[in-house]
Design a protein around this ligand. Sequence first.
Ligand code: IVH
Length: 761
Amino acid sequence: MAGFDAVSRHAEELRAQLHHHNHRYYVLDDPEITDAEYDRLFRELQALETEHPELRTPDSPTQRVGGAPSERFASIEHRVRMLSIENAKDAQAMRAFDARIRKDLGADRIDYVAEPKLDGLAISLLYEDGVLTRGATRGDGSVGEDVSAQVRTIGAVPLRLQGEGWPRVLEVRGEVFLPIADFERLKARMLDAGQTPFKNPRNAAAGSLRQLDPAVTASRPLTMFCYGFGVVEGGDVGATHMDALTAFRGWGLRVSSESRLVTGIEGCLDYHQAIGERRDSLDYEIDGVVFKVNDLAAQEHLGFRARNPIWVIAYKYPPREEQTRVRAIEFQVGRTGAVTPVARLEPVDVAGVTVSNATLHNIDEVWRKDVRAGDTVIVRRAGDVIPEVVGVVESLRPPGTEPVSLPAQCPVCGSDVIRAEGEAVARCSGGLICAAQRKEALKHFASRRAMDIDGLGDKLIEQLVDENLVHDPADLYRLGVEDFAALERMGAKSARNLVEALERSRATTLARFIYAVGIREVGEATAGALAAHFGDLRPLMAARKSDFIRCGVAGIGPKTAESLFERLRARPEDAPAADRPLADWLAGLGIRGLGSDTAKRIAERYPDSAALLEAGEDGLVGGARSVVDGVGPVVAAHIVTFFAQPHNRAVIDKLLAPDVGGIHWPGPVASDASPNAEPAPLSGKTVVMTGTLSRSRDDIKQRLEALGAKVTGSVSGKTDYLLAGDDAGSKLDKAQALGVSVIDEQQLAILSQGAYVIQAG
Ligand code: IVH
């Protein structure tokens, strides 16, 4: 037994490692270790702290989400007021600002620090002796709200400062925000859940941080950039603003990598223009650039008036939201038949781009916002995301407008539009009869990450469908150079290239093909998981829903299941004869956790011991579980329905027929393995599993088999490895007694040369 000092040192070491990796991941955006390895360290520390609660420190990485929901936020008085910034709307206002500063300071040229002006929520972080002790919102500038528990959940906020030289008391200020991509995902999640989504990343950041329950904040991918300071005692942050930013970085705080020292007004204007040109490609929203006098003594000399410091200005960009009028609301039909309302707008310039269409997501959204043809609306455009209608300016609604209704028939093919109960999306029931769906399905099929048919662009696909040359993807492979050359804007050379590209696309991977056929909600990652799990297309096509989802018997844990199966496998002759009720026999085994009620439930599911053996341990453990990553009950139903449709089966047959599509992939087993791959890493090895693992037993078994291993149920002299998870049972003792190598999933990942991936979470 290690002494307490050793345990305490180990905990400290783990905390230091976790702080380090957290910083690499959230602040530097440059992780050194896998998520799984991070989780392992995290769990190790958690276990130590559970065993020795006295080792738990407030700055421990395990203490990010701890606080209980509160009734309301406590007030916090800012010792140094959190002021706001004067805005400049054009270069002339900027020049006036610079002239004023030069005059006040009696200097010819001023050094400024330029920083993107993020559109989020201003936050103050208080570090005392390097430890985060408080987080507060700006509030009215003098009094804010205590959001300590919420702020702690943000990965980019260090719970303690790194390095050295920080002042004893340091109040860091910065902006908490949500990157655009995370905002879009959050919005989609909220829409799916029937909630009213946030209007823009700013509202989303504010709404996520000002959550009384810190667990909700933790579930939102907030991050933070630090750009200033308030109280500083017992030390300093340097002589210039740039010194302060550099020091912040060294202390593990996240600072925008776009911050720059610029000289004079020209330097300011150049920076503003350069970032403005990149505004659409930044992964967060900015609404301007903040310029600050670099020299801190000069800042002090300049001071402030009313609400704004004199040494800082925000040069704004044109807003991302504009007002325009809706000419009409039309419905577009997508690949899966989704009928999506689109607003046709009077063209309007939104931050440099002309917007004439905006999405309305789904009919519920149209009704919720009550958007009508003739309305004046606010449209928003951010980055590369499709512009959307944010809301209606109701005071400007003309008389005689009508609420929008969902069309009963598909605007493209006239088939019925159906909206399944509980679903937000309405769909055209025409399937591939519908030209719109055909076009979208073909575009998806040909796309780079699917069959990657170079040169088969959207316009061409539309022509092929409109001229009735192509009804399904298999038809593409029937067309020759002359067919393509006869199309508009197609030369003989492009036609030849296209035929060659089609030829090349025939050699693909199973994962790509599964993705390409376009099963609802089967994206690339799920297609890859399906390919790895099933190894070939036919078994996937034949799969039933129960092959994707395992339902166990409520009340049975992995240990009980393991003990039972050890008994069943060790002495199959003990199993009850057909005339003896299974339930009685099970209850009579005297296995812990297997009483008569549980035994009865097992017997209801499995008629005899043979059926039970076939179901395996995993068929017994309670709760519904996915067998394949990303395939829950809904996706499983989509897959089964897709392959049940005769039309889809016929198209697949044609695509695979050597004389038609001729599509093929190396296989079976690993989807992306090359045909001449080296022998599988676990080839010839016998593996047994025990304890709680990161995936279901069935799943791991499939993966081990794909790696060449033979998986058996009990440990013997022939066993090469025992794969042991937490709470390993008696198999572990046996393996140790027999000298069998015991490995965990981490070691399996290494043994398999990375082919085995541990499931996070
Ligand atoms: S400095 C006294 N720097 O803009 C100066 N603010 O309109 C205090 N903001 O409340 C703020 N990016 O929420 C500063 N790089 C940046 C900023 C920034 C965004 C926000 C902040 C502030 C608001 C003022």
